[in-house]
Design a protein around this ligand. Structure first.
Ligand code: SAH
Length: 353
């Protein structure tokens, strides 16, 4: 039996059913047994594969976005380039490689990683080098220079909570124990959080104070430091009802309650809420577009052509497969969305106009 399951059971015995956000936090972030604390989950041998791991072209397009935005801001001599949840460091590596031909930008970049996993920090050190400052939270991030934020598949890992409609009102969906002491969903007290949509019996609505808090924090920093943030993740462009809380293990969906700490737990990101939150803090949000549109607007077709022209037949095939996975509607192209935030409305950010 997993040691984390025991810890969660004991917590429920002592304090009563826990909200899904608390459960997610324990499963992903428990210092000894949390999913991200104990392993490298990425790649074929792990549990899931992300866009930067699929093809170098993803990071190259993000690199172009950083370069373009930096130019728009008047090429500041010093910037803080923060990546949130950098995984294996592949995205940052591709960004740095693809911007190497602009030495003033390379000079200006100070790399900062927001990363809680000691295992992934170790891999990031190998990929990107020692010239990085790691942070557990945003609190320690310096604020003396313009801020550029990159986050791919980070927001989906921040805890989400759920409300379930009982026919009269929204009640929080909690995790409790059944007669056999197994984890199960139970209904809790009324949900006090924010504006809830109109609902019908048994409908589920997700909300994420953790994501709201994070976006708000970034927005306030952009306002103070100036700068821009780019978020790519799976999710919906319009706030919607529905249960998207999911567990993935060895590239397959499994039950969210089955193996606490052994599966990746995520939920779809409500991008409209990200925009709303940023705007509440006086920060401009771009329109929400698909990953496919973002990559195509940034020039991925041209890049594919360019790389293919110098490639062997096998490399060409790999490039095409990567391109298809990133942009195809049946793969990551449509489910994944992109949004950017900027301190200043007058900047039409690359990829979004
Ligand atoms: N961006 C990478 C990895 C995505 S996996 C890629 O695209 O390949 C999620 C990443 O977020 C991991 O690096 C994980 O350790 C990190 N992470 C998850 N929750 C976090 C939290 N609360 N604070 C900081 N990092 C977190």
């Amino acid at each position: 039996m997993s040691p984390l399951l025991d810890i969660i059971r004991t917590a429920i015995h002592h304090h009563g059913p826990m909200d899904i956000g608390t459960y997610m936090n324990m499963c992903l972030g428990h210092p000894q047994h949390g999913y991200y604390m104990t392993r490298d989950p990425l790649g074929a041998a792990g549990d899931f594969t992300t866009a930067p791991e699929v093809s170098q072209m993803f990071g190259e397009m993000v690199g172009l976005w950083v370069a373009h935005t930096w130019l728009q801001f008047g090429s500041p001599l010093n910037i803080i380039l923060l990546e949130c949840g950098p995984g294996r460091g592949t995205l940052m590596n591709d960004i740095l490689r693809s911007t190497k031909n602009i030495p003033e930008l390379t000079q200006a970049i100070n790399i900062h990683f927001l990363e809680t996993s000691p295992v992934l920090r170790g891999i990031q050190k190998e990929t990107v080098g020692e010239n990085v400052t790691w942070h557990d939270t945003l609190e320690t991030l310096p604020d003396h220079a313009p801020l550029f934020v990159i986050a791919n598949e980070f927001l989906d890992a921040l805890p989400v909570r759920q409300a379930i409609h009982d026919g009269t009102s929204w009640k929080e969906r909690l995790i409790g124990l059944d007669d056999q002491d197994n984890l199960c969903f139970v209904s809790g007290p009324a949900v006090p959080y924010g504006d809830m949509p109109w609902g019908r019996k048994d409908e589920i609505f997700e909300f994420s104070p953790a994501r709201d808090f994070f976006v708000s924090n970034i927005a306030q920093r952009l306002k103070m430091q100036t700068g821009a943030a780019l978020f790519v993740d799976y999710g919906h462009a319009k706030t919607a009802k529905g249960d998207t809380f999911q567990a993935i293990r060895h590239h397959q969906f499994c039950s969210v309650l089955d193996v606490p700490g052994e599966a990746d737990l995520t939920s779809h990101v409500d991008f409209e809420q990200i925009a709303r939150r940023a705007e509440q803090d006086g920060i401009a949000a771009t329109n929400i577009i698909t990953q496919s549109s973002f990559l195509k607007n940034m020039g991925i077709d041209l890049r594919l052509e360019q790389l293919s022209s110098k490639a062997t037949a096998e490399q060409k095939q790999n490039l095409q497969t990567g391109y298809d996975r990133l942009t195809d509607k049946k793969a990551m192209g449509e489910l994944f969305k992109a949004i950017a935030l900027c301190h200043d409305k007058i900047h039409a950010l690359a990829g979004f106009s």
